[in-house]
Design a protein around this ligand. Structure first.
Ligand code: FE
Length: 201
């Protein structure tokens, strides 16, 4: 099937001042769209043409079909990233906060460690909060297009640390982008992912 660029759950100017409309116009409107368009082109006339996105990711990873995998995984990662943000941010429920504090020491420690994971990701990649197959919370850094989808870990929250995510608003200052990110996190989305039964594995 040919994929469409998923609708954003908010307007492109709705994340300002933490993330500018111009960043959304490029990051969502050009980069995310390019991954969708490239993937559709690569799949045409191949065994992938009849698959849904989940099957394309899992199959192309297995076959080390990297062009298809990179574009398919980037489509999934970006959609997940946008859904993890909300205008003005939100607050975690007491229950989720207790789980994060239990796993990382405190809410402050969780944010510090997640931020370190993101800032220390070398080059282009993603930082993730995931729930592993035993139900434990952990942090992951993935390179380029890789992500937890289909690996057995359930993604709860991610931040895109490719330069295209922050260069317009923060130039090379990735830590400033992380500061802004915390003002936009959609904690209901994190909690929904936590409570779902392995939605991404
Ligand atoms: Fe990106």
């Amino acid at each position: 099937m040919a994929f469409n660029l998923p609708e954003l759950p908010y307007r492109m100017d709705a994340l300002a001042p933490h993330m500018s409309k111009e960043t959304l116009e490029f990051h969502y409107g050009k980069h995310h769209k390019k991954y969708v368009d490239t993937l559709n082109g690569l799949m045409e006339g191949t065994e992938y043409a009849s698959m849904n996105l989940a099957d394309v990711i899992v199959t192309s990873r297995e076959k080390k079909d990297m062009k298809v995998f990179n574009n398919a995984s980037q489509v999934w990662n970006h959609t997940f990233f946008w859904n993890g943000l909300t205008p003005g941010g939100s607050s975690p429920s007491g229950d989720l906060e207790a789980k994060l504090s239990g796993a990382f020491g405190s809410m402050g420690e969780f944010k510090k460690k997640f931020t370190e994971t993101a800032v220390n990701t070398f080059g282009s990649g993603w930082a993730w909060l995931v729930k592993d197959s035993s139900g434990s919370l952990k942090l992951l850094s993935t390179s380029n297009a890789e992500g937890p989808f289909g690996t057995g870990d359930t993604a709860l929250l991610t931040v895109d640390v490719w330069e295209h995510a922050y260069y317009i608003d923060h130039r090379n200052a990735r830590p400033k982008f992380l500061e802004a990110f915390w003002s936009l996190v959609n904690w209901e989305f994190v909690e929904k992912n936590f409570n779902e039964k392995n939605p991404t594995s």
